[in-house]
Design a protein around this ligand. Structure first.
Ligand code: SF4
Length: 373
């Protein structure tokens, strides 16, 4: 297999993953936001060069599936021709911004400063979470450095893995975050990719551990909000034609991609589309799954089929994977069903010993989930 297509890294536009259904590219948008005209063009390209299947990741990026190798260069060319991505060379500090950002707020201003930096050799998964403002909601999203509220609206910069962070003024954030990244880069081993891993072995400077963040964290559901309507994406996967249809009919000018497998259609209210979730009680909202069989060569099971079989049987947060790599699991996952060739590994993260037992596919009935809820 061509070296360019080996797995075990984060895919991008120019460095796709070679999946079972063809090349998979991942696009990350500035401010996790894209104008609808550009998103409609992307949907068209997904159908023209790929399988027409798209995915929203846990970090609010979009994946285009099933691109034929022969079409990859043309796909890239059209991405830039249609200005779906503006620059080849954005900064590499992978930042998730609170999806309710406004042009006036601190999240936006800090994002604009930090987004331009390119830190040499920074691990691809290393990421920043910008969660200031009135609706903090990123506490359960994985990251390495958190910029969040502490008491009395102070700004706290906290390394993942530490309960406390350092209070900084707005003007100090830039330098302090870069300092913290430099500290990580200086002390990490070659195999260390995340701040949390490093903090298991290395103590942070005391002055970086002053205060705890506020505990408030809002759960985000499909609903109307001041900036637009939130829609859920069933298991994070959708057809390009359905998204284009939603954009055309709802007339939303811009879309925010959240790390909750949900999108926010700006300026839209009370809209319904059966292909997307607009009901906050929809049972799909508790479920997630990795790509699974037919999409990932490692998968022994059809993860989507199993997730759909479980739908409505439990209110617990269940994640289904096709192998023990357990991709796509979030901090909120309570039950993990991890497929192998002959059985499903069942993990209950609510129990202290993280009970692991082997189950048959047929085991996951309503009765079974009632027994563990
Ligand atoms: S967890 Fe799922 S997506 Fe990840 S390697 Fe295994 S089968 Fe593939």
């Amino acid at each position: 297999m061509n070296k360019k297509y080996i797995k075990g890294f984060c895919p991008s536009l120019r460095r796709p993953i070679f999946a079972s259904d063809g090349l998979l590219v991942r696009l990350r948008f500035i401010l996790n936001t894209i104008e609808s005209e550009k998103l409609k063009s992307l949907c068209d390209l997904s159908r023209k060069y790929g399988s027409g299947l798209m995915e929203l990741t846990n970090r609010g990026s979009l994946q285009i599936r099933g691109i034929k190798k022969i079409n990859h260069e043309n796909f890239i060319e059209e991405i830039f021709k249609n200005k779906i991505l503006e620059h080849e060379d954005d900064g590499n500090i992978n930042t998730i911004i609170n999806p309710f950002w406004t042009h006036e707020d601190q999240n936006y201003k800090i994002y604009k400063i930090l987004a331009k930096y390119k830190v040499p050799n920074l691990p691809e998964k290393f990421g920043l979470l910008l969660d200031l403002g009135k609706i903090p909601c990123l506490k359960n999203i994985s990251g390495d450095i958190r910029i969040e509220n502490s008491r009395n609206n102070k700004i706290l910069v906290r390394a993942e893995g530490s309960e406390k962070g350092k209070v900084v003024n707005f003007n100090e954030i830039n330098d302090f975050v870069l300092n913290m990244i430099e500290w990580f880069m200086n002390y990490k081993k070659k195999s260390t990719n995340r701040m949390g891993e490093l903090l298991l072995k290395k103590k942070l400077p005391d002055e970086w551990c002053q205060e705890i963040p506020i505990k408030t964290c809002y759960d985000i559901f499909p609903s109307n909000t001041i900036i637009g309507q939130i829609f859920g994406i069933k298991l994070g996967r959708f057809f390009a034609k359905d998204l284009k249809n939603l954009l055309l009919k709802s007339k939303s000018p811009r879309v925010r991609l959240t790390p909750f497998k949900m999108i926010i259609l700006e300026n839209v209210k009370n809209f319904n589309d059966e292909n997307f979730i607009s009901d906050r009680n929809d049972p799909f909202l508790n479920l997630s799954a990795c790509s699974g069989k037919d999409y990932c060569t490692n998968s022994s099971i059809n993860t989507f089929k199993l997730a759909k079989k479980i739908k409505g049987k439990t209110k617990l947060k269940v994640h289904v994977t096709g192998c023990e790599k357990n991709c796509g699991m979030s901090k909120e996952t309570q039950i993990l069903l991890s497929g192998t060739k002959n059985y499903i590994n069942f993990f209950d993260f609510r129990s202290k010993d993280k009970t692991n037992s082997r189950k048959k596919l047929s085991y996951f009935s309503k009765k079974f989930f009632k027994g563990i809820e």
